[in-house]
Design a protein around this ligand. Structure first.
Ligand code: ACO
Length: 277
């Protein structure tokens, strides 16, 4: 099952560019199937990027024609069937960490840029990311049923959180594929664009996020994740406490700056864009 010592570059690459960290799964010959190497490298990358100022937004994508063909049947499953259970569990735990447990609360905004094949386990980080943009011709599939397993890890939960109940049941039970355009129509991804526009559209979205107050953005995304499972009364209490925490801990005191630019200087309109930082 292996481990690494905090390095990456063999299976995943990172390119920094104007505040965007483009994180690219880089096993194009295997259609970016998730092997243990990707698991350990992604954990190391997230450790590094959460405190690297060159990363204000993290974009996850795949090299070549594939986003990710899901878990690697050979290296992640077959090869670990015979290792001591504790080692297998350690690998599975590390995979859950980067794909959803840490991803959902990553302190910076995250975007999945779905450039091609997206199967099975890839839905975990597709949904773990805050936002997703797909190429219209990307092909998605919950293919588990096709080879005799159920969508485990956290895949079933992930799709139930983002797709309608009927759509989730349909694609889990039939294993049929659907396109990026269909994924957008079902709201599994925010939008689908032509393959030529994919990178530019993703960059535009990332730049919009980079223009916002980063601390408040983090608080807002965390609040979205937690509020889903709360009752109305709990949500009301939690959100007001989170709002007070945000105001007290925001290093740039955005609330007062924004208010002043609108009310006193009349130099911006909050309805139409972010305050000047
Ligand atoms: N696990 C292990 N190896 C894989 C995987 C995978 N998930 N996906 C692709 N590969 C390997 C193939 O075995 C092949 O290896 P080889 O060159 O040594 O023979 C190579 O990648 C290329 O794959 P092809 O099937 O030849 O590529 P093609 O472009 O024709 O098809 C496709 C791409 C549709 C993605 C196909 O490879 C496929 O169906 N992959 C499996 C998708 C899947 O069901 N993933 C598991 C989901 S369930 C889960 O994640 C828990």
């Amino acid at each position: 099952a292996g481990q690494n010592n905090g390095k990456w570059g063999e299976y995943v690459t990172v390119d920094f560019d104007e505040g965007i960290a483009w994180v690219t799964l880089n096993r194009p010959k295997q259609r970016n199937a998730i092997n243990p190497g990707i698991v350990w490298e992604m954990n190391a990358i997230m450790d590094a990027l959460e405190e690297d100022d060159r990363c204000k937004v993290m974009v996850v994508t795949g090299a070549g024609e594939s986003f990710s063909a899901g878990m690697d049947l050979k290296e992640y499953f077959r090869a670990t069937d015979k290792v001591p259970p504790i080692q297998r569990e350690r690998l599975f735990r590390a995979n859950a960490a980067w794909q959803w447990r840490r991803m959902m609360y990553f302190p910076k905004p995250t975007i999945s840029m779905v450039n091609g094949w997206c199967f099975g386990g890839a839905f975990q980080f597709l949904v773990g990311c805050d936002l997703a943009i797909a190429s219209e011709d990307a092909i998605f599939g919950l293919s588990e049923i096709n080879w005799g397993i159920i969508p485990a890890g956290i895949v079933t939960k992930s799709v139930l959180e983002t797709m309608s109940f009927r759509d989730a049941m349909y694609y889990i039970m039939t294993g049929e594929t659907f396109t990026g355009q269909q994924a957008a129509d079902m709201k599994l991804v925010n939008k689908a664009v032509s393959p030529d526009e994919l990178k530019a559209e993703t960059r535009k979205l990332a730049m919009t996020l980079i223009g916002k107050n980063p601390f408040v953005l983090r608080q807002a995304k965390t609040a979205c994740r937690f509020t889903r499972d709360l009752t109305w009364e709990q949500a009301g209490e939690y959100l007001m406490a989170k709002s007070d925490q945000t105001e007290l801990r925001d290093p740039e005191n955005g609330r007062n700056t924004g208010m002043s630019q609108f009310l006193d200087e009349k130099s911006f309109r909050p309805g139409l864009g972010a305050y000047r930082r």
